[in-house]
Design a protein around this ligand. Structure first.
Ligand SMILES: [Zn+2]
Length: 286
């Protein structure tokens, strides 16, 4: 039996504001018009079918509130999308420039709306990850016991400011919030791979989310990947990367220890998401 899979990084389809060029980008990537994509995936049934066909059991679905760059996938949309199935795990978006009480907003989203984590987009939302502006969010996430993900590294969206994607600023966060579970999405691609990898090795609470990196190249980007098998999680970046199944298969084909692959595709994410032990046992066929 093949390993069950958790996709730690899928985006909701953008129902709100869409930045210029976004529809063209999706069309190039997926061959589909945005309108078609929205029509097909506005409700979760078709998406769950896609997960089934890709061998994926659970998916983390990310909200995104970044209207001036990458667009908006609202928290409300993601909440409703995930409500219909326990296989869909909602992560909230809080834009620190759109609320003056970000921590209170996060607490409401988690306690009242059922969100299970937070995704931040420094390159699209324009802040350094160690800015005092966002420290209350980290304190709250640590208190709530939820993981936080940051987009790190490059981006193709117009208006993105890459300086905010340098993982080095997350070193401060790891030091100041040692009980906060932190995921560096895209592993600092492409010019900060080493920095991201070093932070994951150094700090017990820092993980790499390998999303958006062609899996067959992972050992080129991170030659010492097997030094931190417990720190890696798989993600697809759907819909920007449309073929989830191929990405899963490419990870399965890597010349890595089977245990490492299982940790990347399932075990580490299950631990971070606190999926029940019973659920994990049944998934593993035990
Ligand atoms: Zn993404």
């Amino acid at each position: 039996m093949s390993t069950p899979v958790i996709d730690f990084h899928v985006h909701g389809v953008p129902m709100g504001e869409i930045p210029p060029g976004f529809a063209d980008f999706l069309k190039r990537q997926t061959g589909e018009d945005l309108a078609q994509l929205i029509a097909r995936y506005a409700s979760p049934q078709e998406f769950l079918r896609l997960l089934d066909n890709s061998g994926v059991r659970y998916a983390v679905v990310l909200a995104e509130v970044a209207p001036v760059t990458s667009g908006t996938v609202s928290n409300d949309f993601v909440r409703d999308f995930c409500r219909s199935s326990p296989r869909l795990i909602p992560f909230a978006s809080v834009n620190p420039f759109m609320t003056n009480q970000p921590a209170r907003e996060l607490e409401r989203l988690v306690r009242e709306e059922g969100f299970r984590g937070l995704k931040l987009y420094p390159t699209y939302q324009y802040f350094y990850p160690n800015d005092a502006l966002v420290y209350p969010l980290y304190a709250k996430a640590e208190e709530l016991g939820i993981p936080v993900m940051w987009h790190t590294g490059s981006s193709v969206f117009g208006g993105a400011r890459l300086k905010y994607g340098d993982p080095i600023y997350l070193d401060d966060v790891a030091v100041d919030f040692p009980r906060l579970t932190m995921l560096l999405s895209h592993g600092g691609r492409p010019f900060w791979y080493q920095q991201a990898f070093f932070l994951a090795r150094l700090h017990p609470n820092v993980y790499l989310d390998l999303t958006g990196l062609p899996p067959r190249n992972l050992l080129t980007y991170f030659p010492e990947l097997e030094r931190i098998p417990e720190k890696l999680v798989f993600g697809s970046d759907w819909p920007g990367v449309p073929n989830i199944k191929k990405n899963v298969e490419d990870v399965q084909r890597l010349p890595l220890d089977e245990k490492t692959k299982q940790a990347i595709l399932w075990g580490n994410a299950a631990r971070i998401l606190k999926l029940g032990v019973a659920a994990q046992r049944s998934e593993m066929g035990e």
